[in-house]
Ligand binder design. Structure first.
Ligand SMILES: Nc1ncnc2c1ncn2[C@@H]1O[C@H](COP(=O)(O)OP(=O)(O)OP(=O)(O)O)[C@@H](O)[C@H]1O
Ligand SMILES: [Mg+2]
Length: 361
């Protein structure tokens, strides 16, 4: 028991730490961690978190790649410019942020190792490339058997896809590096990062690129977890299809700053408003259905908070739109408030780090 209380203390303390985040620089070597690691394996980004004194430090890499044909000359240039890449089948696989530069140069899109939150079934080399991208961030730990807590999505309710294969492949790879891998549901990671003051009781929702992950947690126990395979990529794709523009262009406009509070000024903004609301409504209706059909919901005396994380909640006025849609559904639990996570792009990695630290004792 003393040990378990110690774990709770560690988790609460860790969740109060400030996150200092940065992007992986081209040419920068992977780290050899000397302590527990949190790892967010997301459709758009991979984020590694480490505990360093008073702060949690995160480093982010783009989960994307680009292939170019093999040539001796190109190889020399890639090596000289410290680009992350590997060779296979007479091709160079350019990894992470470097891939974006190449894709822009060729005026096309990068390729992705994951789609809708899971390993892509469309990319033959998806696993090899994902491993290589993770390897640009992390090397073998200094101590064999170091804990690494990595995020996995909940079972999608809107498709027959399973998360088992995805989770197992990543677990095998992290073990082979010398870590002791422990998976954490992405919704629970949101709870671990944001709901310490609420005894880790509430609903954590991570709205990312590929999916939305939901976890109803009672005292840090994930009572209900699930996902829908819709997220920011869905918004980009649907808006693009509605106005006849490529999804990547929509993504750039969206990330440039969209406000849902302001009346739309053009076709793209109108479509963005429509599909943000569509995503929020799909999510909240799924929550209503899942909670009503579950017999596991604990009796909680007080209303519980909802914590929202992930890049998709960054749109201006997101919380207000979410609250309005929430008032139109009927949930079997009372909600006290809707809170946006402190650092929405690093919440999952931070939550995984909090879990890794409390598992270490
Ligand atoms: N400033 C912004 N405004 C609006 N959307 C943004 C902003 N920054 C990022 N996004 C969107 O957030 C999404 C990525 O979020 P995040 O990094 O949380 O996803 P992920 O963890 O990689 O994916 P997933 O959890 O779905 O596997 C993308 O759709 C991106 O376009
Ligand atoms: Mg995510």
């Amino acid at each position: 028991m003393a040990n378990e209380m110690g774990n709770v203390d560690t988790a609460v303390k860790a969740s109060h730490k400030t996150v200092i985040s940065r992007e992986k620089e081209i040419g920068e070597e992977a780290e050899r961690p000397s302590g527990p690691v949190g790892l967010d394996i997301g459709t758009s980004h991979i984020v590694m978190a480490q505990n360093k004194g008073k702060n949690i430090h995160t480093v982010k890499q783009l989960n994307a790649f680009f292939t170019i044909p093999y040539s001796k000359f190109t190889k020399k240039i890639l090596v000289e410019n410290e680009v992350n890449f590997f060779e296979k089948n007479d091709q160079f696989y350019i990894l992470g942020y470097s891939a974006e530069n190449f894709a822009n140069m060729f005026n096309t899109n990068t390729r992705r190792t994951m789609e809708k939150g899971l390993l892509s079934a469309r990319e033959d080399e998806g696993i090899t490339v994902l491993q290589a991208i993770i390897n640009t961030l992390i090397n073998k730990p200094k101590n064999e058997g170091e804990v690494i807590c990595f995020s996995i999505p909940g079972q999608p309710i809107d498709s027959p896809n399973s998360t088992i294969y995805h989770e197992s492949v990543i677990k095998m790879f992290l073990s082979s590096l010398g870590f002791r891998p422990i998976s954490i549901n992405e919704g629970l990671a949101t709870v671990m990062s944001e709901l310490a003051e609420d005894n880790f009781t509430g609903i954590g929702i991570s709205m990312g690129g590929g999916m939305c992950n939901v976890c109803l947690s009672y005292l840090s126990v994930p009572v209900i977890t699930y996902s829908i395979q819709k997220g920011g990529d869905y918004i980009d794709y649907m808006v693009g299809a509605s106005v006849g523009e490529p999804a990547t262009k929509i993504k750039t406009i969206k990330e440039g700053g969209v406000s849902l509070n302001r009346s739309p000024k053009n076709r793209v903004e109108t479509a963005l408003h429509i599909y943000y609301d569509d995503l929020i409504n799909s999510l909240l209706h799924s929550l209503q259905d899942v909670l009503h059909s579950s017999d596991k919901i604990p009796k909680i005396a007080k209303p519980i908070p909802i914590a929202l994380a992930g890049g998709t909640v960054l749109a201006g006025g997101f919380r207000e739109h979410f609250e309005k849609a929430l008032s139109e559904v009927n949930l079997p639990v009372e909600i006290s408030e809707v809170r946006i996570a402190e650092d929405t792009l690093n919440t999952t990695a931070k939550g995984a780090m909090v879990m890794a630290l409390s598992e270490e004792i």
